[in-house]
Every structure is written in C-alpha cells, then in structure tokens.
Design a protein around this ligand. Sequence first.
Ligand SMILES: *Cc1c(COP(=O)(O)O)cnc(C)c1O
Length: 376
Amino acid sequence: MQFRDLKTQYTVMKDEMDKAILDVVASSAYVMGPKIKEMEAAFAEYVGVKHCIACNSGTDALLLALKVWDVKAGDAVFVPSFTFFASAEVIVMQGATPVFVDVDKDTFNMDVADLERKIEQTLKAGKHTPHVIIAVDLFGLPADFNAIREIAKKYNLYVLEDGAQGFGGRIGNQKACTFGDISTTSFFPAKPVGCYGDGGAVFTNNDDWAQLLDSYHIHGKGSDRYDNVRIGMNSRMDSIQAAVLLVKLKAFADHELVDVNKVAERYTEKLKDVVKTPIVPENFYSSWAQYTLQVENKEIRGGLQAALKALDIPTAIYYPIPMHRQTAFNYLNPNDNRCPISDQLADTVISLPIHPYLTEADQDMICDAVRAFLKK
Ligand SMILES: *Cc1c(COP(=O)(O)O)cnc(C)c1O
C-alpha cells in the first residue's frame, strides 16, 4: 500500500497528462512562456485572489513574501513550532529572528493565545521588532485566521499564510491561500495539489507586491531581465510543471478534494471511539494533506506503527521534532520559545495513508488494524 498513491492518480489521468507534457516539449518554451501565464491565471481564479506568481518551491514562495516586506536582521517573525522546517527556515534566511508559537492540541494550528503572549514577550524584551506572523494551514486545515488577523491588526503586523499543505481548504466560502496579506503554497508531489518535481506559488491581492514578487523571482528584474534593480532569486516555475498543474487542478476541483474528504470522514467515523481523531472546527473545511491521529504516548505510537507496518500499511510521523527543539535553532533562547503542546504532539501523532484514490477496502483494512491494536 502507498502512503500517498501518486501512481494511481497518474494512471487515471495518463492520456491527458502525457499530451500536456509533450505539448510543452514540442513548444520549446521551457522556462516562462504561455503555460506559466495560464497556470497562474487558473490558480488565482481557483482560490479567488487577484495575483498568483508561480515559483520554484513552497520554500521560495515564503522567502519571496518576506523579501517583499523587507524582513531583515532585528525583526521578529512569529511562526508555529509544530510545522515543517521551511516555515521557520526562511525567517533566518532573511536574517530575522523566529519566535516559536505553540499550537492548539485539537487543530494542530497556531494557538492565538500563545501568539499574543509571545508578541507581548518580544515587545517587552525590546531586542527585536515584531514584523510578520507566519500562520501555517497544517495538514490541510486553515489556521484560525479570523483571530490571527485581529491580533495582526492590533499589533500592526503582516500575516503570511503558509498554505503549503492547505490548498483547497476553506473557512466558510473563502478558500485557503487568500487569508494572508500574502499567501503561499507548495506543489511538491505529496501536497494536496502536486506537480512532478518542485514548485510553488505566491498569492496576493496587492498590485505593488505582485510586481515586487515578479521582480524578486527573476533576479530582481526591472523593465526586463537584463535591467536588475534589486537583488533577487532565480525561482521560476518550469513550463512542464505548469502544464502538469493545470491537469492536476482540474481533477482536484472536479473530484479529488471531495473524494479525499470522504476518506477522512470515513476514517473518523470508524476510529473516533478508540483514538483521538482530527478535529475540524465548525465552518472549516480541510484538504487533508494528512490525516493525523493522537495516541496516548510514544510507546503506544511505536507499537501501532510497527503493527501497521507488519500489515504493509505505511504511516508517517509529522513531525517528530518541533522547531524549538531543532538543532539549527539551538542558538535561540529556549525560555522565549516554550511550546509544551508541540512537545506533546511530537511524541503522540501518527498519520495514516490518505489520498483521493484510497479504496474503501484499504480504508477498512487500515481502520480494522488500528482498532485491533488500540483495543488490546
Ligand atoms: C512542504 C512545506 C513547505 C515547503 O514547500 P517546498 O515546496 O517543499 O519547498 C513549507 N511549509 C510547509 C508547512 C510545508 O509542508
């Protein structure tokens, strides 16, 4: 069994996908060109935002956003401790200081009470200037943006939505990748919408920022690429990936997002009486980048993982080490970065296989195996 079955997905869309890729090969427009424009327009329209700038990865997308806001040494940027490393890494790449915020034990997303606490603490210490909140849509569920935006307004901070896992999620009718002043996503193959390599995108309604993003992602270009007005990056999306993404977005919007939600609903129905299943708050909709259980402790988790592995059921631990415990961040003051819920989750979470092509028979087999182990 596959944790995320990209091969079946390809088989289903093979004819259309092969043609899309070969059309780009035949066109000889490999970098930039019309496919990129088409992809950017389609993704902007899907999420409901004015500008989409395609780039080389979800990490670059975050970095580009921080460049637009001139995030630099002396700035504090608030980011959840329970996330993928890239969410925090980009802060330091700009020379700024990450401040780790704890997460909510039910949603895995930024705890807004701790966010406010950490902002106050940073202001009081007076060493760094609060500048940006990076809120992550972890496992496909949008962060609590209504509350986060209130806090951002109160302290005059920018909100950067890291929607690398969140594409397709919603709060009410508003889609993920529209909640930040700037929002980003990743098209790494295993994300809700993935390409066949690395890819990412930045979304914003702000015309000036869109222009800056366009410049930064092509060597700080001015009127053309040989007129360089600022120090930028080489972070263009390949035209082949844009063609892949146009095919993928169609399937995602047509049935994949609904199908993956059906899998999650079924899992929850079958497992909620034996284990803590993921909680989706009222009015929120997840794109289920991961389906993550919480067990009582690390020993039980190890046992469950081994029992499933023996039945050829793959599982994954997202994430075993929270940011405030990462070696790369050892230089930060641990007292500024306490995140007890993140510590607890690192020991107790386990993610089950989930994707739109997971058969009901496999879902049943997985649920039976989880139940059998946990009821012992
Ligand atoms: C995957 C991921 C990223 C980085 O995306 P890449 O395309 O791999 O660079 C950033 N943040 C989160 C939360 C992610 O899951």
